[in-house]
Design a protein around this ligand. Structure first.
Ligand SMILES: [Zn+2]
Length: 109
C-alpha cells in the first residue's frame, strides 16, 4: 500500500529531526495531485506510528488544490484531475501546484 510507505516516511522524517521529543500532532499538506489518498494515509498512520516514538500522535491532513498552467493559451486554472486538460483543448499543461506532500508543522509536548 502506497500510503503506508508515505506514512512511514513521515514518521522517519519527524524522528530524524526530533529524536527524543514526544510528538502530539503532525500536520501534513497533501496536494490533490500528489496521488496520496488522505483517508488511506490516516488509516495507515496508526500502523506506521505503532511502536515508534510517534505512537499516539495525531495526524492532521490539509488538502491543497491542484493548479495548472496551459502553455497553449497561458491560462491558469484549478484542477483536481491527474489528466489535466485546459478548456482550450490543450493537454500541454504545466502543473504548478497540487503535487505537494510535506510536513508543515510538528507539535511536541
Ligand atoms: Zn489552454
Amino acid at each position: 500500500m502506497h500510503e503506508l510507505a508515505v506514512a512511514e516516511s513521515i514518521v522517519g522524517a519527524v524522528r530524524e529531526k526530533l529524536e527524543h521529543a514526544q510528538v502530539r500532532r503532525v500536520l501534513v499538506e497533501v496536494g490533490r495531485l500528489s496521488g496520496v489518498v488522505p483517508d488511506a494515509l490516516q488509516f495507515c498512520w496508526e500502523l506506521a506510528t505503532s511502536g515508534t516514538g510517534l505512537e499516539g500522535a495525531e495526524l492532521e491532513i490539509v488538502r491543497l488544490p491542484g493548479r495548472g498552467h496551459c502553455r497553449g493559451c497561458s491560462t491558469e486554472f484549478d484542477t483536481n484531475d491527474f489528466i489535466t486538460l485546459c478548456e482550450c483543448g490543450s493537454a500541454d499543461v504545466e502543473v504548478l501546484g497540487g503535487q505537494e506532500l510535506r510536513i508543515r508543522e510538528v507539535e511536541v509536548v
